[in-house]
Design a protein around this ligand. Structure first.
Ligand SMILES: [Zn+2]
Length: 445
């Protein structure tokens, strides 16, 4: 690999530090070494003095932020987005299972580059991704993730009951295919690609399958990703299938699926006992507000779950959510919380734009257990970041964005942002998307 010298990116750096706090350098410098590791971040002139030999990359009229993290999305559903009307069970049968059936290796070879480039064009540097059940198509997805430079946690969906014949697997075949993919890809591309065992959800997985997943994930140190308590009919279905269990969360607990490397999407309808169980096992959640509204699933109690000290990231849940846009997901998280506050007595005030940004970056990294590596721009972490053009966020061309407060800039970015504001996306210091040379990709979204 051709090694680049130290590069010093100059720009307006916004750096999430905690749920309600971010650091700011209005004239900042981000020094990145030849391996894509952050050497330093601080005031530009100080960084310039400390790294006199660095190549300067001038983004001084741009924002520099950590890359966005999508903790839950489905690659084969990318072509089946925005099909409005049904709730989860009917939507799966009518739209999603047929789409996943069509996810052959040939289809994957066409869809994967568009999907990954679209994520990168939105400034998403890391994504946790479900494929369909086929092992060969999942293999193709990993190959494309490797090629496009994105950081990804990917898994083949596993289903051994209550699904259409054309997607059903034999339990041991499913476990074997997952293990083979995990052995080949978990930790590949120098740790940029990771494997997640992906039992779809309790209704379509036998106990034997879920227990097998628990064993394999433990053995390989891989992730587990699945869905939890998304839709009321789904929850009733789980109750019918597991009458001896007190809750949906307890079903997963009983088969050993919960733990710090387990990522559960939705968790909308979870009671206090379930929240406690999730917290005790240090399981992580993916909040998917666009999907929760689109499929009429419900309003996730984000504040209560955050107060339960759970690690929570944001997810687009494409195709349940209609877009990969992290901006849309961030503002929907705020709108959802606002709606809950209007309907219920929820403590803790607003979800601020700063908190939404935290959830989409450092919070997401924490949910994936990767906050020692990514999620904020800190010395020693890998340089996953985006360059955003704030001029595109001004309603009037005469606005001087530098005169705005950082809180106003964040608010504008979250409520008005889309892929047009993302100019460059870097993963581990490598330029993976440049809007000016990839204009065509945005139109394929
Ligand atoms: Zn999902």
């Amino acid at each position: 690999m051709h090694l680049q010298p130290v590069r010093l990116f100059r720009g307006y750096i916004v750096n999430p530090a905690a749920e309600d706090r971010y650091a700011l350098y209005t004239d900042g410098g981000l020094a990145v070494d030849a391996n894509g590791i952050i050497l330093d971040v601080g005031a530009y002139h100080e960084m310039r003095r400390q790294h006199p030999g660095a190549a300067i990359i001038d983004c001084s009229d741009r924002l520099i932020l950590p890359g966005f993290i999508d903790t839950h999305t489905h690659l084969p559903q990318f072509g089946a987005v925005a099909l409005y009307g049904k709730e989860l069970p009917e939507w799966l049968n009518e739209h999603i299972f047929p789409a996943e059936r069509q996810f052959t290796p040939e289809a994957a070879d066409t869809q994967c580059p568009i999907f990954f480039h679209s994520l990168l064009a939105f400034g998403v540097t890391t994504a946790a991704i479900y494929c369909a059940v086929r092992k060969d198509s999942t293999h193709v997805a990993f190959q494309w993730a490797e090629r496009t430079g994105i950081r990804a946690i990917i898994g083949k969906v596993m289903m051994d009951r209550n699904a259409p014949d054309f997607l059903l697997e034999n339990t041991s075949d499913s476990l074997r295919a997952g293990e083979e993919l995990c052995r080949e890809w978990h930790g590949a591309a120098n740790g940029r690609l990771l494997y997640a065992f992906t039992p779809r959800f309790a209704p379509t997985c036998s106990r034997a399958l879920m227990k097998g997943v628990s064993d394999l994930a433990g053995r390989y140190g891989a992730y587990i990703q699945t869905h939890l308590a998304e839709n009321r009919a789904e929850i009733q279905w789980v109750r019918d299938l597991f009458p001896e269990m007190r809750s949906y969360t307890e079903v997963y607990f009983g088969v050993g699926l919960l733990g710090p490397k387990t990522l559960l999407a939705h968790a909308i309808h979870v009671g206090a006992d379930e929240r406690r169980l999730l917290a005790e096992t240090q399981s992580c959640l993916s909040h998917c507000p666009t999907s929760n509204l689109f499929l009429k699933s419900g309003l996730m109690p984000l504040r209560e779950l955050m107060n339960s000290r759970l690690r929570i990231g944001l997810g687009s849940d494409v195709g349940g959510g209609p877009t990969l846009s992290p901006f849309e997901v961030m503002r929907s998280a705020i709108y959802t919380h606002t709606a809950r506050r209007m309907l219920h007595d929820v403590d803790g005030g607003d979800i601020s734009p700063a908190t939404a940004l935290y959830l989409a970056t450092l919070g997401g990294a924490a949910a994936l257990g990767l906050d020692n590596k990514i999620g904020s721009l800190v010395r020693g972490k890998e340089a996953d970041f985006v360059v955003v053009n704030p001029r595109r966020l001004s309603p009037l061309p005469t606005d001087k964005w530098m005169d705005l407060s950082s809180d106003t800039l964040l608010s504008r970015m979250i409520f008005l942002g889309d892929d047009r504001v993302v100019e460059q996306t870097y993963v581990r210091g490598a330029l993976c998307h440049d809007r000016h040379s990839n204009e065509n990709i945005g139109r394929q979204r």
